[in-house]
Design a protein around this ligand. Structure first.
Ligand SMILES: *[C@@H]1O[C@H](CO)[C@@H](O)[C@H](O)[C@H]1NC(C)=O
Ligand SMILES: *[C@@H]1O[C@H](CO)[C@@H](O)[C@H](O)[C@H]1NC(C)=O
Ligand SMILES: *[C@@H]1O[C@H](CO)[C@@H](O)[C@H](O)[C@H]1NC(C)=O
Ligand SMILES: *[C@@H]1O[C@H](CO)[C@@H](O)[C@H](O)[C@H]1NC(C)=O
Ligand SMILES: *[C@@H]1O[C@H](CO)[C@@H](O)[C@H](O)[C@H]1NC(C)=O
Ligand SMILES: *[C@@H]1O[C@H](CO)[C@@H](O)[C@H](O)[C@H]1NC(C)=O
Ligand SMILES: *[C@@H]1O[C@H](CO)[C@@H](O)[C@H](O)[C@H]1NC(C)=O
Length: 408
């Protein structure tokens, strides 16, 4: 039923001679298809009449990021035969979350993931100049100054005293960059220093000398049951949390903010190269993808995890596309990403007879408020259609489609 109106618009798109419409509209690419399926499932939005849960912010912000990238590349849903209204989704999901973010003190009780909603807020603000959206952005910015910090000045991820995680960097670091560029350009120098400091504290406390990979987080007080006595680091490299960190480096570097001192870009690129190299070394030889506990491939209980794998696929494709990697590494990046992408499509993507697309194999959540043991990481439930998985898959697919379309 849905097919007819969108086909009609696609035909109109051909006549209007929009660059991508004629080529792309014969089939709907996986990126758009998965986005449509998330929207059909009513995910990544605060359900009307309910309170926002502390886990919804990242789902909304991450999926909004995916929708914004789809819109940048394909311009309109019609051009890729998508029946959804991407802009309407952005409006509705932004409206659903705004009421919960308007008090900076209360914002600090939400994990750092709250900043992922900033991209959608800024996009809506630049489009519609609605002052409520500006107030929300400013309130979020103010909440950074109120964010509790550990003894080194690292932001706590959430309510756990002294604990900093890789995860939060994906949300807060790009936010600091695009907020400052758009709304507080005079502050660029100070913010560049803040960004380097936050990323570097995690780098120094979490990096494993043996693999070059970063463990999930650290406790600056070293009191947690899992804390390394020297560094405070947690014991294992969890693929999804490292995925957030790698994407934070890349997405911030991509913002290419001329007001920021060059040392920020230099720092980000250097780390991106080092970490991409280590991530490629850790890829599973058979599938090209990554294990839930990244450094223990094949150990009983361990498995290839579908959100972290899609995040690395996205990041490796994109880092190569944007020219951030030296040529040998860029070639390896693309090879690894394409191999894993094929595995993801074959293994985790499920096509339903009614035309929706599902995504399997995404671990629910791993918290450091736990034993943080190997058994813990490998016994958390797997979710079907988790937004952490589907949004990662949309981003990875988009990069894959860019490579394929530039070759064809
Ligand atoms: C401004 O944005 C808020 C939150 O998204 C929304 O509730 C409100 O209706 C918008 N106002 C106007 C005039 O568009
Ligand atoms: C913001 O929240 C804090 C903590 O709950 C509260 O003390 C304060 O009154 C609130 N501010 C406003 C303007 O509502
Ligand atoms: C500028 O940066 C400083 C230091 O990080 C921060 O305290 C302040 O809130 C920022 N101001 C704005 C408008 O972003
Ligand atoms: C890695 O090596 C450096 C320098 O030798 C040392 O300071 C750091 O504690 C080591 N990290 C870990 C996790 O052992
Ligand atoms: C499509 O099929 C899937 C799998 O059976 C189901 O979960 C979903 O609710 C269906 N969606 C619609 C819109 O019927
Ligand atoms: C999802 O993955 C689980 C674990 O590998 C598997 O048992 C299940 O059959 C899969 N579901 C679908 C619909 O493919
Ligand atoms: C941390 O874990 C403990 C024990 O499982 C639990 O009671 C507590 O609610 C958790 N804290 C948070 C903030 O989730």
């Amino acid at each position: 039923m849905r097919v007819f109106p969108s086909l009609l618009v696609c035909l109109l798109g051909v006549f209007a001679n929009t660059p991508l419409a004629s080529a792309a509209c014969t089939t709907r690419p996986y990126s758009a298809w998965m986005a449509d399926s998330v929207i059909e499932r009513g995910q990544a939005i605060v359900p009307p009449g309910t309170e926002a849960s502390s886990s919804i912010y990242l789902q909304i912000g991450f999926f909004q990021t995916a929708i914004l990238r789809l819109s940048e590349y394909y311009r309109t849903p019609e051009s890729v035969c998508s029946p959804s209204d991407w802009q309407e989704y952005l409006r509705a999901s932004t409206d659903s979350v705004v009421p919960f973010l308007l008090n900076a003190t209360q914002d600090t009780q939400i994990p750092l993931d709250r900043f992922s909603t900033g991209k959608g807020l800024l996009h809506q603000y630049e489009e519609f100049h609605n002052t409520t959206l500006k107030v929300t952005l400013d309130t979020l910015r103010e909440s950074i100054n109120l964010q509790p910090q550990n003894v080194f000045g690292g932001y706590w991820y959430f309510v756990y005293p002294q604990w900093s995680y890789l995860d939060g960097m994906y949300s807060v670091v790009p936010f600091l960059s695009y907020y400052t560029t758009a709304l507080a350009a005079e502050n660029s120098s100070a913010v560049a220093n803040d960004i380097i400091k936050q990323l570097d504290l995690l780098w120094t406390h979490c990096r494993q000398n043996s693999t070059g990979l970063l463990v999930h987080g650290y406790d600056a007080s070293k009191m947690a049951v899992w804390a390394n006595p020297v560094t405070g680091g947690s014991p294992y490299v969890w693929s999804r949390s490292l995925g957030w960190y790698l994407m934070a480096l890349l997405d911030t570097l991509e913002l290419e903010t001329p007001n920021f001192p060059l040392k920020l870009q230099t720092y980000l690129q250097q780390r991106l190269v080092q970490l991409s190299d280590a991530v490629i070394q850790a890829a599973d030889a058979k599938t090209g993808c990554w294990w839930q506990v990244m450094t223990l491939p094949g150990r009983p209980g361990n498995y290839i995890e579908s959100s972290g794998s899609a995040m690395f696929t996205y990041a490796l494709y994109k880092a190569a596309r944007l020219g951030y990697l030296p040529s040998r590494l860029a070639a390896e990046s693309i090879d690894t990403a394409s191999k894993c992408y094929r595995h993801i499509v074959d293994t985790f993507v499920v096509q339903n007879s009614n035309g929706t697309l599902d995504y399997n194999g995404t671990v629910a959540v791993c918290s450091l408020n736990s034993t943080a043991s190997y058994e813990y990481y490998t016994s958390q439930p797997l979710l079907y259609n988790s937004v952490h998985g589907t949004a990662s898959f949309i981003l990875a697919s988009l990069e894959h489609e860019m490579v394929s379309q530039s070759r064809s």
